[in-house]
Design a protein around this ligand. Structure first.
Ligand code: FES
Length: 331
């Protein structure tokens, strides 16, 4: 019975219309007439507007990038929004809807049932004198809560401001350095050993900064024709950011029994995307949808490894449009 009262309250709130000639005026009333309660109407309206304000608060808090206790504030705002809606419905159900009690359930699917329910809704809303105002409040609350529920979907991926994703600190002549800032010398790169490198003088935290560097026998490499001179001395460099979801490619598979084992591979431990570093980091296993972008290398007169340009493709995880632009240097 409680559920029915709530449903009728909601129906009255949402479907109530401006005063018009009652459709069922010629029939005996089902619901006893009740006196209007303007104060309760204002309270219900206020609660609905509070719900809308709380939902807007959720969107505002969500729009901040870094805010202390942000998750708690988000939960509080959304919880308050629903609590205010619930309170408004309670006020409507208790104070504004005339209730009637039945001993027995309505017969299901009876042809007269629908009309009776319509009559019930109409008569239950007799006490409302500001239906339009309440409807506007309900619309504001529903719209704001709906927007609050949809807004987090924006976090699924970049949509408008994607320029930063194409910028990398690499350009022709930038030195490769290790995590302590020491330049990487070609002669010090040991074959089939995994190195992490960064652009000298740039922020290591940038998505486009970290590289994996591995050295092979030049004859082992099968790079595309236009990349033949990208690997001096057999040293190849790829973005360390996995093209699946952006984890760090942190493992190197070095075959120790070449006769029975598969070839060398760069591996992302998150979902085990596996790339063949001898074939331009082609994906050979796992969920990644494209190869790791390759950085062309050169060696200067002092034997230091330097970038010979920017990456072969956009750095980072897959997202819509990721293939549509080339990487660029910061302006
Ligand atoms: S993030 Fe690398 S495999 Fe998923």
């Amino acid at each position: 019975m409680k559920m029915r009262r709530w449903a009728i309250a909601l129906g009255v709130l949402l479907l109530g219309r401006k005063k018009r000639q009652p459709r069922f005026a010629d029939r005996p009333r089902i619901v006893a007439p009740g006196a209007p309660d303007p104060r309760a109407e204002w309270v219900a309206l206020l609660l609905l507007l509070c719900a809308a304000a709380a939902a807007v608060g959720f969107i505002v808090v969500y729009s901040f990038n870094h805010l202390a206790h942000q998750t708690q504030y988000l939960g509080l705002a959304l919880g308050l929004a629903f609590a205010f809606v619930a309170a408004a419905l309670i006020v409507v159900a208790k104070r504004l809807v005339v209730t009637e009690e039945l001993e027995e359930d309505y017969p299901l699917s009876h042809p007269t049932t629908q009309e009776e329910v319509e009559q019930l809704v109409e008569e239950s809303g007799d006490r409302l004198t500001r239906k339009r105002l309440l409807l506007t409040g309900a619309g504001a609350a529903a719209g704001a809560i709906g927007a609050a529920l949809v807004v987090p979907a924006l976090s699924l991926g970049p949509l408008l401001d994607t320029g930063g994703f194409y910028e990398t600190p690499w350009r022709r002549g930038v030195r490769l350095v290790d995590e302590h800032g020491k330049p990487l010398l070609l002669d010090e790169i040991v074959r089939e050993t995994f190195y992490t490198a960064y652009p000298q003088g740039a922020d290591k935290e940038l998505l486009g900064s970290p590289l994996v560097v591995v050295r092979f026998e030049p004859a082992q490499l099968h790079l595309p024709t236009q990349r033949r001179d990208w690997a001096p001395g057999g040293v190849v460099a790829y973005s360390k950011i996995c093209t699946h979801a952006g984890c760090a490619v942190a493992l190197f598979r070095k075959p120790t029994f070449p006769v029975v084992e598969p070839g060398p591979a760069l591996i992302c431990p998150c979902h085990y995307s596996t790339f063949d570093p001898t074939r331009a980091a082609k994906v050979i296993f796992g969920p990644a949808g494209r190869p790791l972008p390759q950085l062309p290398l050169a060696v200067d007169s002092g034997g230091v490894l330097r970038a010979a340009g920017n990456f072969s493709g956009p750095v980072g995880p897959a997202w819509s449009g990721v293939r549509s632009k080339a990487p660029r240097n910061p302006s």
